[in-house]
Design a binder for this molecule. Structure first.
Ligand SMILES: *Cc1c(COP(=O)(O)O)cnc(C)c1O
Length: 224
């Protein structure tokens, strides 16, 4: 049996330099996070606010915590003081709340816009039309405490490799078009967060710059 540190090191050794690995530790205990931390990992992802808050309090302060799951507006306040990057901004109202809480903490919070590219209806996200309207709106220009750093998305859960590739390519294309139209001079707008344990190689082929990998590092998640 390989250890967490071994799986992490194999994975990191296989990644191109421009790809950041977020180790998704959801459902795994703090001790597992610590094993990855000792092997040098600093970026960790959680999908639930409660779990994120508990782990942040218990683990080393230099961990960069990523919120990758659906975020409710009333939970933003709990993570605003420390969150490193929120991947899952899926509405204007949510972003407004992040901006407000970031202002109260006197910080600027980095965020990604989540897009719906998969076929499954259960996956959240903006459409291109919604984001265009929003980026042109005065509401967006007035937000001073959030920084848009790129896009995030998930592919359909399917064996069909061509479909997964084409959904990742769609997301990369959305990123390119947004960057060209709205962030041409902004080096911070640089992140395409796509790819999980089962599909990160395809995602990297299609232009991912940040992958979110859980089970390939920490093993099968204990069922909830
Ligand atoms: C759980 C999760 C991941 C990681 O999934 P694995 O298949 O365990 O690698 C990535 N992204 C999101 C949004 C998740 O919820």
């Amino acid at each position: 049996m390989e250890t967490i540190a071994q799986r992490l090191n194999h994975l990191k050794g296989s990644l191109p330099e421009h790809v950041t690995l977020v180790a998704v530790s959801k459902t795994h205990p703090a001790i597992a996070v610590l094993q990855a931390y000792k092997a040098g990992q600093r970026d960790f992802g959680e999908n639930r606010v409660q779990e994120l808050v508990e782990k942040q309090a218990a683990l080393p302060a230099d961990i960069r915590w990523h919120l990758i799951g659906t975020l409710q507006r009333n939970k933003v306040k709990a993570i605003a003081p420390f969150v490193h990057l929120i991947h899952s901004i899926d509405s204007e109202r949510l972003l407004m709340e992040v901006d407000r809480q970031a202002m109260l903490c006197d910080r600027i919070i980095d965020v990604l816009l989540q897009f719906h590219v998969a076929q499954e209806e259960t996956k959240h996200g903006f459409s291109w039309q919604e984001v265009e309207l929003f980026l042109k709106s005065p509401a967006f220009s007035s937000m001073k405490n959030v920084r848009l750093c790129g896009v995030m998305g998930m592919a359909t859960f399917t064996e069909d490799e061509q479909q997964v590739r084409s959904e990742f390519a769609q997301l990369r294309d959305i990123f390119n078009r947004l960057r060209a139209a709205y962030f041409p001079m902004d080096p911070a707008f640089s992140i395409v967060s796509m790819g999980m344990s089962g599909d990160y190689r395809l995602a990297i082929d299609e232009g991912s710059t940040m992958i979110r990998v859980g089970s390939a590092i920490f093993g099968i998640r204990p069922s909830l």
